[in-house]
Design a protein around this ligand. Structure first.
Ligand SMILES: Cc1ncc(COP(=O)(O)O)c(C=O)c1O
Length: 446
């Protein structure tokens, strides 16, 4: 650790509580351009994290900065709850147009978590039913509502209960490590059967307002569910008049090559929740959903002083303009395919890579102890991630074994190649036992 990083870290420890951070290794970035980052010592990094998928458009975008500057000088914000700004209305209209669904509406907040809370409120309000079903290892945010529907780590829930009542969890469909010991080819969707069993025996379906699910389970390790599961879930919802909510906060806004990652599964959801990259670098969250559902709550059941504020919406509008002009969604698809091939080539060479999955520039590269058991290889994951970060590639991990590959979509092909070079070096070092165990004491993360 450099002297400056040490000082920053000491100051952090003294001024910001542990509850507000998930450190991997001590690093503090001061500048970014596109997919490049610079730390407090001026060292350059390729960003494979995109600020936790909140910088799909990349860093240091001058056009967005100019739009924000103009708006700040004209009218930084005036609460849209009382007097709506043009920008908020424009952004709502744009999202509805991009969503391509008739009779949808959009409401805004300043974070993904607050929009998850909104989705819960709308679902309960519309159906008059109390229960929300979400999934194992899901992360939906840190407000009380969002924590209540999350199931990632006890550290989030310990000591703060009671949480929101009526929040039920079932197993997320993970075909690599099926909890029901099924094989993909012969799978009967036992993971869905457990829900049907619950509906028959102890969880009345007519008390369930909504399922809340991520189209790709981000923080669980970028797990892609089988299409037949999502389709069957939609059918189950229809059968019991339960709403389906897609959490697109991590996966939306072009990350998988589409506005909504759920569109890969050819189904419609009743509500979509957006956040992170939606704000083009500023805090913004949204619920986009069926008009009848969203109109079920009266004024002001989901209103925040700063939500849909003029400056955040200006950044978002400019970002979408750039995304359209530069075909960023398509770039995500093409660069994602390019990168997937590179990782699959590495998989052919290195036994430790058990799986490469994802959609668009959004890949989970799973490291395993062996390909027979497909057990998670935390040691390899932590050591390789550490080596990459020390050598100019911000590559974190999730679910103890999944490399989180979510670069800004504007990353160049040269930068992708360079990143693969660093990752390959790390693999070689790991295979040759050159990465010491002491790394495991230093490395933290989820
Ligand atoms: C899938 C998902 N939902 C919700 C959230 C919460 O968003 P925010 O941190 O903006 O409140 C996150 C954040 O990591 C997320 O990944």
């Amino acid at each position: 650790m450099s002297e400056l990083t040490k000082i920053i870290n000491d100051r952090l420890e003294k001024s910001v509580p542990p509850s507000a951070r998930i450190p991997y290794i001590p690093l503090s970035f001061v500048k970014g351009k596109g997919a490049l980052l610079y730390d407090c010592d001026g060292k350059e990094y390729i960003d494979f994290l995109a600020s936790a998928s909140s910088a799909n458009i990349g860093h240091g975008n001058e056009e967005i900065a100019a739009a924000v500057n103009t708006q700040m000088l004209e009218l930084a914000q005036y609460t849209s709850v009382y007097f709506p700004t043009q920008n908020m209305i424009k952004l709502a209209e744009l999202l509805l147009e991009k969503a391509g669904r008739a009779n949808y509406m959009a409401s805004f907040t300043c974070t993904g978590s607050a929009s998850i809370d909104g989705a819960i409120k709308y679902a309960r309000g519309f159906t008059g039913r109390p229960r929300i079903i979400s999934f194992s290892e899901s992360y939906h945010g840190s407000s009380y509502g969002a924590i209540s529907v999350s199931a990632l780590t006890n550290n989030m829930t310990r000591k703060i209960g009671p949480l929101l009542p009526g929040c039920e969890k079932f197993t997320y469909p993970d075909c690599l490590r099926c909890r029901f010991n099924q094989k993909c080819e012969t799978c009967n969707l036992d993971c869905l059967e457990q829900i049907k069993y619950a509906f028959e025996h102890y969880l009345p379906a007519d008390e369930v307002a909504a399922f809340l699910i991520e189209p790709i389970a981000g923080d669980a390790g970028l797990i892609v569910p089988p299409k037949k599961y999502i389709k069957a879930l939609r059918e189950l919802c229809d059968e019991h008049e339960i709403l389906l909510i897609s959490d697109e906060i991590n996966q939306g806004v072009g990350r998988t090559g589409k506005l909504f990652a759920m569109d890969h599964f050819d189904i419609d959801c009743d509500l979509y929740v957006l956040g992170k990259s939606l704000g083009g670098g500023l805090p913004l969250g949204a619920v986009v959903g069926r008009k009848d559902v969203m109109e079920s709550l009266g004024s002001p059941a989901h209103a925040f002083t700063m939500s849909g504020n003029a400056t955040c919406c200006a950044a978002s509008l400019k970002m979408f303009e750039i995304m359209d002009r530069d075909d960023i969604f398509n770039q995500s698809t093409e660069k994602g395919e390019y990168l997937r091939k590179k990782f699959l080539e590495l998989k052919d060479k290195y036994e430790v890579i058990g799986d490469v999955r994802g959609a668009g520039l959004n890949l989970g590269v799973d490291l395993v102890t062996d390909r027979e058991s497909m057990n998670k290889n935390y040691e390899a994951t932590a050591k390789i991630s550490y080596y990459c970060m020390k050598n100019g590639l911000v590559l974190t991990f999730l679910g103890k074994s999944s490399m989180r590959v979510q670069p800004p979509i504007v990353i160049t092909y040269e930068q992708l190649d360079k990143a693969i070079e660093i990752f390959t070096e790390a693999l070689d070092k790991y295979v040759n036992n050159e990465l010491p165990d002491s790394i495991l004491d230093e490395m933290q993360g989820w």
